[in-house]
Design a protein around this ligand. Structure first.
Ligand code: FFO
Ligand code: GTP
Ligand code: K
Length: 470
């Protein structure tokens, strides 16, 4: 019985649907016998060979290119066979079926199946093999998925840098400095009489502080990278008719939400992802917030949903209608919403006051803050910049790499362990064991990022979110 990670796997590697070319990929320990059956000959490694693909009885499936990689010089680190055929779903399904069938055939030379245990791969399993065979680390494997999922050019280029190992190199740099410090402390533990002298001479304090600074730098970059991947959620809120749908449409450059002069038009949540300088912003238009008579049941539900969205926002655009500002009932309703917004949101979530319909308002009415016109587009650029600032985007010019919230959290933990270590070091002599322990925990947190130290269930969560055949 083979363990799951040792079983040979097959899958369609290309996207579902039709395409000029489609690829079926097999990975396993030793594919020579399978190749013999499928291709009728052996293949020269890493050289495309044009061949007929056919069923066991000779019925044609396609003509295509066969490409073999021999372990360990392949994507997965195992033997890999690619059948590059015409990209139709039926052709590719037939090829997968043919692979499974040929694998089960007896090889007369050995009296064994050609490739015992071949099965269809689960999502992410090829990348998981590459990880398990040390071809890539966990951060690089995640970068493959992020490259495929990238929704902006900046995200794609950053994912490509992480895949190339830029992020991992930063983590390894931190790890090496941490290991050096650990060795120093652990060595000192063996010579208790001289420990303080020893640590002072080696400038342990200086080393630790430089490491802390370096961690903060990487954490800052990882935050930017995570922002590129995840984006932020921006909710547009305000009274009916303030122009929320108009603002969403203006930001998106498309007519997504229904705009009418009738108050209470938007009842359901409309969401659109836009990008500003490559940062994805998930912008959400909500039902106008109001109370009292004339609000029917549907609108009521819409308003409840609006509050639900607001409570999950990273930033709220509180939209005001400049043509109505100054009217007593309008102002009191705005004041009520404002109170409620601030009481429901944590302090970390910004509420940005935006004064809309500047084109129709008397100049004297314009407010300090963001005056804009969703109709003419005036002021939109300033709003975009404010949103980027709110997201924490620091126009990183070069060398950005993609990162995930998981990495940011791990770096936070590294920072915390180093802070405690710093306190122990300052307290000196009696706490050296505790100091050593904090450094060890800090190193574990770093290793989680690259996957050198991680729970099996974490791996399962990460790889199962990949697309099929990856
Ligand atoms: N046709 C095809 N294109 C593809 C892939 C693939 O599997 N098949 N990839 C799959 O995702 C990506 C490329 N990734 C790859 C990574 C490593 C190796 C490889 O053969 N590595 C060997 C040799 C390296 C070398 O020659 O320098 C090795 O690491 O030893 C191949 C593809 C994108 N394009
Ligand atoms: N003059 C002017 N009118 C605007 C502007 N923005 C929106 N409007 C008008 O205001 C009215 C309401 O716009 P919507 O975008 O539907 O407002 P809303 O806040 O989504 O409204 P609800 O769906 O009722 O919550 C429409 O007639 C828009 O054309 C603007 O910048 N200037
Ligand atoms: K609307």
């Amino acid at each position: 019985m083979l363990a799951r990670h040792q079983e040979p796997i097959v899958a369609i590697a290309t996207a579902p649907g039709r395409g000029a070319v489609g690829i079926v990929r097999v990975s396993g320990r030793k594919l020579s016998s399978l190749i013999e059956a499928l291709c009728g000959r052996s293949l020269k490694p890493r050289e495309a060979t044009y061949l007929p693909f056919a069923d066991a009885d000779g019925s044609p499936i396609d003509h295509g290119l066969a490409l073999s990689f021999v372990a360990p010089h392949s994507f997965t680190g195992e033997d890999v066979l690619e059948l590059q055929a015409h990209g139709g779903p039926v052709v590719l399904q037939l090829l997968v079926a043919r692979c499974l069938q040929a694998a089960a055939e007896m090889d007369t030379a050995t009296g064994q199946p050609r490739l015992a245990g071949l099965r269809v791969a689960q999502p992410g399993e090829f990348s998981e093999r590459a990880f398990l065979n040390d071809k890539i680390d966990l951060a690089q494997a995640e970068a493959i998925a992020d490259l495929i999922d990238a929704s902006t050019e900046a995200a794609a280029r950053s994912a490509s840098r992480s895949l190339a190992g830029d992020f991992s190199k930063e983590i390894h740099g931190l790890r090496d400095a941490l290991i050096h410090l650990r060795m120093l402390v652990e060595a000192t533990l063996d010579f208790p009489e001289e420990e303080i002298d020893f640590l002072q001479k080696a400038d342990a304090q200086g080393q630790l502080n430089r490491l802390q600074t370096a961690v903060m730098t990487v954490l800052g970059k990882a935050r930017q990278g995570a922002l590129l991947r995840e984006g932020i959620k921006v909710v547009i809120a305000g009274q009916p008719n303030a122009g929320k749908s108009s603002l969403l449409n203006a930001l998106a450059g498309a007519e997504l939400a229904i705009v009418t002069p009738i108050a209470g038009t938007t009842r359901d949540v409309v969401q659109q992802t836009i990008q500003i300088e490559g940062v994805p912003l998930h912008v959400i238009d909500t039902a106008g917030l109001r109370e009292g008579e004339g609000v029917d049941e549907v609108e009521q539900i819409g308003i409840a949903r609006a509050w639900g969205q607001i409570e999950n926002a990273d930033a709220v655009l509180f939209l005001h209608d400049l043509t109505r500002v100054g009217q007593a009932d309008y102002d009191s309703a705005d004041a009520e919403i404002s109170t409620r917004l601030h009481s429901r949101l944590p302090a970390s979530v910004a509420v940005i006051d935006v004064w809309n319909k500047a084109d129709a308002a008397p100049v004297s009415l314009e407010r300090t803050g963001l005056n804009l016109s969703a109709r003419t587009g005036e002021g939109l650029q300033a709003l975009r910049q404010q949103l980027l600032q709110q997201a924490g985007w620091q126009q990183a010019s070069e060398g950005l790499f993609i990162a995930r919230e998981r990495h940011v959290q791990a770096l936070h933990r590294v920072r915390e362990h180093l802070e405690v270590a710093d306190a122990h070091l300052a307290a000196q002599a009696q706490n050296l064991d505790l100091l050593a322990e904090e450094l060890r925990l800090g190193q574990n947190a770093l290793n989680e990022i690259t996957g050198e130290f991680s729970a099996d269930d974490l791996l399962g969560v990460i790889f199962s979110s990949f697309c099929i055949g990856k």
